[in-house]
Design a protein around this ligand. Sequence first.
Ligand SMILES: C[S@@+](CC[C@H](N)C(=O)[O-])C[C@H]1O[C@@H](n2cnc3c(N)ncnc32)[C@H](O)[C@@H]1O
Length: 212
Amino acid sequence: MTSYGWHQAKQSWAWLVGSREYTNFAYELATENVADSPQRRVMDPEPRYERRTAGYAIVPATCPQQVVEAGVNKGLGSCVFSAALLRNADEGHHGRLTALDINRDAGTLIGGKCASVIGLRYGDSIAMLAASASPVDLFFHGSDQHYDHESAEHRAVAGSLTESALVLTDNGGPALSDLGKFCGRRCLMFREDPADHWALGGVLGVVMRVAP
Ligand SMILES: C[S@@+](CC[C@H](N)C(=O)[O-])C[C@H]1O[C@@H](n2cnc3c(N)ncnc32)[C@H](O)[C@@H]1O
């Protein structure tokens, strides 16, 4: 048996004796490099993706060619986006993620297969967005959450957004709804409800074009 076959057989056995979920096959999403990351001492061994899982659903639903994420930190969100892009590529829809962060230590989780679809660039998000003319199908704001910075990011990317582009943020608020008004697109927000955690949770916001 190949090593993959052994791995699957071992995991099937562990699932058979350890899981009560026989109908949905529920599992965590794979994230690469957590155990190897230089930042592993300031991370839980099991990553919790919270609102980032929205990206894992939106990417297959919209098949973007160019995703831009402003604000990378360790790269948890980038890994979720790239996992979805790699799934799309298996089905013939190729796309890439450009990940922007001002901190040169950002992105330590980005490696392995997920790095093949990510271009990590360091610098100020507003300056880098303003300097790029490439079309953007999905823009994720996750950097400096102050209204002025977020609004300036939106203004810098607005001219590059494709007709059907989505703009997402994990701190939905006035800057995002102003963008919706400015470009005549619908703005929706969803508040997370964290379980067993002191954090209040974020607000996933999306600006999108809705058919008339
Ligand atoms: C909340 S973290 C991003 C979280 C990330 N999206 C995730 O999924 O884990 C915010 C990041 O924004 C970056 N940042 C702050 N100001 C920035 C700026 N002006 N330009 C680019 N990145 C910035 C910080 O360095 C930090 O890594």
